[in-house]
Design a protein around this ligand. Structure first.
Ligand SMILES: [Zn+2]
Length: 310
């Protein structure tokens, strides 16, 4: 049974549930959609806000609050409606009744933003020459503290041996299917104690949240690589229904998983710490049965897309 959330969360959740109901996977960035950023600060939106804003379907990447619009001297077009985003952060309650330190909890601040397409009197910034997107191989190279890679009959991440198992690329319908699957497993691997040490089994709902985290991490990595999502599969209806049910059961999952997925993708891309250096020696050393490096294999775009095994 769905619990009721505080209003801003509930509205965002409703938007996401509505998209799932209509057959859209909100976290799969539509092809050609631009990454949303604030018009004034130029800071990109992240986590759930990135998903909410890229699924809003505007052509401009720029967003602003009503106050920012006023300062810029612009005005809203007559039919403009705001989009709700949240500033969510982890905090510890100041007052606690007992001697035990209170658990950190998720706080939120709602913001209403408008797309540049919805306003008048504000000049669009000149279109910048887009830097080419790095591609899947560069994403894999960026992940310096990566797990072992091995060829397996089904895609999985094994925490006890810190290994990602992947079927060869020829077992997938397309290279996009292969990478979205591999990126999902990369997402799981960031939960390892040597990395982000994310809990994923010991709490109610933790497993479903970890799955959503890996799924959203894959979406952020696909967007970072500039890869198009694979065509909808025959399982899409079941997939949509599965996530709809999970979000109704555990509404906070969306917000916590989006935050965790952002952190995970930043970790893989080395955005949060030091920049990626040369690939580690481990990356080159892992060999597969056919004598080819598992990662080299993973990093190569498919020349021979074949059918999917799992
Ligand atoms: Zn998974």
């Amino acid at each position: 049974m769905a619990r009721t959330l505080r209003e801003p969360f509930q509205k965002i959740l409703d938007t996401i549930l509505d998209l799932l109901e209509k057959g859209t996977i909100p976290w799969r960035k539509p092809w050609g959609a631009v990454s949303p950023a604030n018009f004034v600060t130029k800071r990109p939106y992240s986590g759930i806000n990135e998903i909410v804003l890229w699924s809003a379907g505007f052509s401009s990447p720029w967003w602003m609050t009503g106050r920012q619009l006023e300062k810029l001297g612009g005005r809203l077009k007559p039919d403009a409606f705001p989009h709700l985003i949240v500033g969510a952060f982890l905090g510890t309650p100041r007052h606690s009744p007992g001697p035990i330190a209170p658990e950190p909890r998720l706080y939120l601040r709602p913001y209403l933003v408008f797309n540049l397409d919805q306003v008048e009197g504000v000049k669009a910034p000149p279109v910048e020459e887009k830097a080419p997107l790095p591609g899947a191989a560069a994403i894999l190279r960026a992940y310096r503290h990566h797990p072992r890679y091995a060829v397996a009959s089904g895609a999985h991440y094994q925490p006890s041996t810190d290994t990602i198992g992947m079927p060869p690329m020829r077992c997938f319908d397309s290279s996009a299917e292969y990478y979205v699957t591999l990126f999902h497993e990369l997402g799981h691997s960031t939960a390892h104690p040597s990395r982000l040490d994310r809990e994923w089994k010991n709490r109610t709902h933790a497993y479903a949240r970890e799955e959503l985290t890996a799924e959203l991490c894959a979406a952020f990595l696909m967007a970072a690589a500039g890869l198009e999502f694979p065509e909808a599969t025959t399982n899409q209806a079941a997939y949509l229904q599965h996530w709809r049910r999970n979000l109704l059961d555990d509404p906070m999952a969306l917000f916590e998983a989006a935050r965790a997925a952002q952190k995970a993708s930043n970790f893989i891309l080395m955005r949060s710490g030091k920049q990626a250096r040369k690939p580690s020696s481990r990356m080159k050393a892992i060999s597969t049965k056919n004598g080819r490096s598992a990662l080299d294999h993973a990093a190569m775009p498919s020349a021979e897309p074949e059918k999917r095994s799992a």
